[in-house]
Design a binder for this molecule. Structure first.
Ligand SMILES: [Fe+2]
Ligand SMILES: [Fe+2]
Length: 174
């Protein structure tokens, strides 16, 4: 049986992962509008990945006999000034999530809840990877500059290749 405090904190984290999924979907929409299909596909996949994080927590709570409380989500940002601003919004959110995960980790430690501890350890490692990936993309976007069409198209094609999209025009998965 899991403690009420950990149960509530995990429910909050499920909502934050779902919010991340919504935010990345919103960013994907911005890239779709600009016909940057490599960026858009990458963000769509990241959105799905955030849902899988929420479900990992959901399953854990269910397995531990906890009560799942699905929460209302805040409206994500729907307008971005530039490609750079969109990636900055994503990285800001990941950094916030890392802080939240660290708090959960500390809670599990304080309560000597070893199975929660192991679960949060996975998330701590995952956040390192997520921040690193976004920092790398953002740094490349900053390097080429927001108004450099050729540079952005090149980065878009690079991400398209990474996500297995053969051409920028074939970004939609079907
Ligand atoms: Fe996540
Ligand atoms: Fe993430």
């Amino acid at each position: 049986m899991i403690s009420d405090s950990l149960q509530n904190a995990i429910n909050e984290q499920i909502a934050r992962e779902q919010y991340a999924s919504q935010l990345y979907l919103s960013i994907a929409g911005h890239f779709e509008l600009r016909n940057l299909r490599g960026f858009a596909t990458w963000m769509r996949r990241h959105s799905v990945e955030e849902t899988s994080h929420a479900m990992k927590l959901f399953d854990f709570l269910a397995d531990r006999g906890g009560r799942i409380e699905v929460k209302a989500l805040p409206q994500p940002i729907n307008h971005f000034q530039s490609v750079q601003a969109a990636f900055e919004a994503a990285l800001d959110h990941e950094r916030q999530v890392s802080k939240d995960i660290h708090k959960l980790y500390e809670m599990a430690q304080a309560e000597k809840d070893y199975s929660s501890h192991v679960l949060f350890e996975w998330f701590v490692t995952e956040q390192v990877e997520e921040e690193k990936t976004l920092e790398e993309i953002l740094e490349h976007v900053r390097l080429v500059g927001n108004n450099n069409g050729m540079g952005l198209l090149l980065l878009d094609q690079q991400l398209a290749a990474k996500t297995g999209v053969a051409t920028a025009a074939a970004g939609r998965e079907s």
